[in-house]
Design a protein around this ligand. Structure first.
Ligand SMILES: [Zn+2]
Ligand SMILES: [Zn+2]
Length: 346
């Protein structure tokens, strides 16, 4: 079969590799029908994720058809159409028993396209298939469901739910890439008073409006803190969601939040940021961090199936599986191509 194989920083190829085989009786082999590329894959290709080694097949998001299951798999059957989640869950360890699948210590967590071969391939081996896949509901498209492999639950759990967004809140979202847009969409489910999207790219601010932000701020022209304080009697945002992953945007969130509010960090950081405790200690501010657990995936699938959320609008570009290298170029050059999510179909 063919797959996107990582060969060290800056090097990848769509090349012939052996088809995966069952390794444990809880595994499934899934034929990949639709697959996408994550910002995290670009981080890996920059060499930011040391655990990914030469020869690894990338990718942690897919919708596919189950081709083979191990003898220990009970709920998933050959021919089932399933969402392959970015998080694998053993289902039995301390963290999985707590719903914290992202922290699984029983062999799961974020392993696909990281510690084991991933989904950017014609076939993928999915460990713990019973607890790591979700049935695709009737009446929705593969590409809509694919948005729930990672970005949907990440924006919702790590941004909106960790941030404790409540009705009437003023929510500031710093970074309007796919995960920031997912956080905006998720925040809207709680009827906030305002959602303020902050990004340096005007194209992304336009997208943020389509996803439900009522106020957009480009910090190259406007002062986000002034605008948010103007909406909140000078106090600041109830919730500030960081969806970029650099020091400046984290520090901006700590400035945007009101006393008693929450900073929810979603961004993947590759370096340190300054925590201004000399300002924050007196403000009763809560700061949360997290890797997605995907405990909200069943909820989001129900919201999708009943058309309470529109996930199709994330998809800006479509490719055939064989054009994977071109899809990477399009996704990596989002400033020019205005790509949000690119979808490849077998
Ligand atoms: Zn991802
Ligand atoms: Zn576990």
């Amino acid at each position: 079969m063919h797959a996107i194989v990582y060969h060290g920083p800056g090097r990848k190829a769509w090349e012939e590799v052996p088809k995966p085989m069952l390794q444990a009786d809880t595994d499934a082999i899934v034929k990949v029908d639709t697959v996408t590329i994550c910002g995290t894959d670009l981080h890996i290709l920059k060499g930011d994720v040391a655990a990914v080694t030469d020869g690894r097949i990338l990718g942690h998001e897919a919708v596919g058809t189950v081709e083979q299951v191990g003898s220990g798999v009970k709920n998933v059957k050959v021919g089932d159409h399933v969402l392959v989640s970015c998080i694998t869950a053993c289902g039995a360890c301390r963290y999985c028993r707590d719903g914290s699948y992202g922290q699984c210590i029983g062999g799961g967590g974020w392993i696909l396209g990281h510690k084991i071969d991933g989904t950017q391939a014609e076939y993928v081996r999915v460990p713990f298939a019973d607890t790591s896949t979700y049935a695709v509901p009737a009446g929705v498209t593969d590409e809509e469901v694919l948005m729930l492999a990672d970005i949907g639950p990440t924006g919702y759990e790590v941004g909106v739910l960790n941030g404790r967004v409540r009705p009437g809140d003023v929510v500031a979202v710093v970074g309007a890439g796919p995960v920031g847009l997912s956080a905006i969409m998720g925040a809207k489910l709680f009827s906030p008073a305002h959602v303020v999207a902050i990004d340096l790219a005007d194209a992304r601010l336009e997208a943020a409006k389509q996803f439900g932000a009522d106020i957009t701020v480009n910090p190259s022209r406007e002062d986000a803190v002034d605008i948010v304080r103007g909406l909140t009697d000078g106090l600041g945002a109830d919730v500030a969601i960081e969806a970029v992953g650099v020091a400046a945007t984290f520090e901006q969130c700590a400035t945007l939040v009101r006393p008693g509010g929450t900073v929810a960090n979603v961004g993947v950081h590759g370096g340190p940021a300054t925590l201004h405790l000399e300002d924050l200690w007196i403000k009763n501010v809560t700061i949360t961090t997290g890797l997605v657990d995907t405990y909200s995936t069943p909820t989001l699938l129900r919201l999708l199936a009943t058309h309470q959320v529109d996930l199709a609008r994330f998809v800006t570009h479509r490719f055939a599986l064989g054009d994977f290298m071109q899809a990477y170029d399009t996704f990596a050059d989002a400033a020019q191509t205005r790509a949000l999510k690119v979808v490849l179909t077998a």
